[in-house]
Design a binder for this molecule. Structure first.
Ligand SMILES: [Zn+2]
Length: 70
């Protein structure tokens, strides 16, 4: 039965290709790319400093020129 073995042959190759695809997708560092360092969230509340006020971090710069940009 040449047809059957041909089928098996195809299946064998398909399976190999599937595995390769899976291997490629499963590469560490692609799916699990390191997250960017957390950015300090800017509080949006009543106690938010004004953009022209001195930065609360104590740098002496204006808030808009300091932590507001971060
Ligand atoms: Zn600051």
């Amino acid at each position: 039965m040449p047809g059957k073995s041909d089928d098996n042959f195809k299946k064998h190759f398909e399976r190999q290709r599937d595995k390769k695809d899976r291997d490629r997708k499963g590469l560490p560092g692609e799916d699990e790319a390191p997250l960017p360092p957390p950015v300090e969230p800017i509080k949006k509340g009543g106690d938010e400093p004004g953009r022209n006020d001195p930065c609360p971090c104590g740098s002496g710069k204006k808030y808009k020129q300091c932590c507001l940009l971060k």
